[in-house]
Write a protein that binds this ligand. Structure first.
Ligand SMILES: *Cc1c(COP(=O)(O)O)cnc(C)c1O
Length: 466
């Protein structure tokens, strides 16, 4: 018998850890068509029909592809009003992964925020967070409290390559507690990963330090856990002592330092809808459930169908799969590498769910109040049918008194839906982005011709300036 002696091949290519069994065609358009479509949409990509977009990177929220296992769970779900087995399956998964005692299911993340902040926060209170996500801030303010962001200073600099740019500034947290007093701080929040700050992770050391301060002052710590699995992967890659631990073990340790979490299952729940609040306190859980019944539904479904709970129960584990996380984070870094090599300025290092292009740095000839990031995002649609989102002065520039103030950063966020696009899609993206970058001198700014008073980016109409 002949013996074949081969050397093992250490491959460089990280392939998609799935094969595709159901496909959704995407529609190609030409540039003339796209020019017309964008003009008809008031130069606002939010107003485009999704079918007119070739590669849609507007958000990673609820846009992912589900697995065959999730779909099979959905078909076999229990739709009982009270005490369905699908609820108990989700409860078991959440308990196993987070360790929290009580599960309060909700229709999505913001509903969990609404229940939490309505119950614990009030007029005159202050809620510290590394960076509040916009719905979190809105719910803190809706409860009459003040939302304070306290990210480390590296987190505010697009070019800083700190490994944990999502960390909370510990000194600022201590000062805030000294200044306002613990009785006016109903909860401290940590957002993992820090969505508004570029999808940047929080280190385990930082979570531990924040937890220690919170508990020394008898303040509960809650995690905004939307991207807990991506955060666990970054800890595994970047923080000493975690390389040999599984993402699930790392996530479990992270949650063990907290008293509860809010979750949007549309992110690392790998589902199209859903969310939950999970917590340890019996007393607080009771109060939250009373509000849940009022606003979401009976506590064993709270805004989700039985089949949604099945999808989330499975999705939470799939998000923690190492092959998946390696592919997920690598796809983002892969686009980042190609753009960096071509000179396109991006937020460094790339985060867990999106690449952020720094339009302020790229387009110095367009002043912030002529919306450089908006201009670049529209150029990506015109050139290649790509839809990202502006995170800049259209989104944040309007002040409560109606005046305008430039935002801190002018970014185009390209958020990746989970398990949806492949490497050739990413190669196409980088070709288009680099082509737009090479023609950057030809881009002009925009003016807003019609806009609502709040959240204007969703529906404003704009016009390109000459
Ligand atoms: C998406 C998100 C939320 C809100 O969740 P929804 O499901 O959209 O209501 C809260 N916090 C963070 C960090 C998020 O990314």
């Amino acid at each position: 018998m002949s013996k074949v002696e081969l050397d093992e091949c250490a491959t460089k290519t990280i392939i998609e850890p799935f094969r595709i069994r159901s496909v959704e065609p995407i529609r190609f358009t030409d540039m003339g068509e796209r020019r017309q479509l964008l003009s008809d949409a008031g130069y606002n990509p939010f107003l485009l029909k999704a079918g007119d977009v070739l590669i849609d990177l507007l958000t990673d929220s609820g846009t992912g592809a589900m697995s065959a296992d999730q779909w099979s769970g959905m078909v076999a779900s229990d739709e009982s009003y009270a005490g369905s087995s699908s609820y108990y399956r989700l409860e078991e998964a959440v308990h196993d992964i987070t360790g929290f005692k009580h599960l309060i299911p909700t229709h999505q993340g913001r509903a969990a925020e609404n229940i939490l902040f309505t119950t614990i926060a009030g007029e005159g209170d202050v809620v510290p967070n590394n960076t509040h996500f916009d719905t979190t801030r809105a719910h803190v303010e809706h409860a009459g409290a003040e939302a304070r962001d306290m990210i480390i200073k590296e987190g505010k600099k697009p070019s800083s390559r700190h490994p944990f740019k999502g960390n909370m500034d510990i000194e600022q947290l201590e000062q805030t507690i000294d200044e306002v007093g613990r009785e006016r701080i109903p909860v401290i929040m940590l957002t993992v990963t820090n969505n508004s700050g570029g999808g940047q992770p929080v280190s385990m050391a930082n979570v531990k330090a924040v937890s220690e301060i919170a508990h020394r002052h008898d303040i509960p710590l809650f995690i905004d856990a939307c991207r807990f699995a991506e955060n666990a992967w970054f800890i595994k890659q970047r923080e000493e002592g975690y390389a040999d631990k599984s993402p699930k073990e790392i996530a479990g340790e992270l949650f063990s330092y907290a008293d509860g979490c809010t979750m949007s299952a549309k992110k690392d729940g790998m589902a199209n809808i859903g969310g939950f609040l999970a917590l340890n306190s019996d007393e607080l859980a009771k109060e939250c459930r009373n509000l849940e019944i009022l606003t979401e539904g009976f506590p064993t479904y709270g805004g989700m169908a039985g089949y949604d709970m099945e999808a989330v129960a499975r999705g939470l584990y799939e998000a923690l799969n190492e092959d998946y996380l390696r592919y997920r984070v690598r796809s983002i870094a892969y686009l980042g590498d190609q753009l960096r090599n071509a000179g396109v300025p991006i937020v460094e290092p790339t985060g867990g769910h999106a690449v952020y292009i720094d339009a302020k740095k790229m387009l110095p000839h367009i002043p912030p109040l002529q919306y450089p990031a908006w201009a670049f995002n529209n150029a990506l649609y015109l050139l290649g049918g790509i839809r990202g989102v502006e995170i800049g002065s259209v989104m944040f520039g309007r002040q409560p008194d109606g005046s305008e103030k430039p935002a801190n950063m002018e970014l185009v966020r390209l958020a990746f839906p989970r398990r949806v696009y492949t490497q050739s899609h990413v190669d196409y993206l980088s070709e288009i982005i680099i082509a737009a970058y090479q023609q950057r001198d030809k881009l002009s700014g925009y003016e807003i011709v019609d806009s609502p008073e709040v959240l204007r980016h969703f529906s404003a109409e704009l016009q390109p300036l000459d």
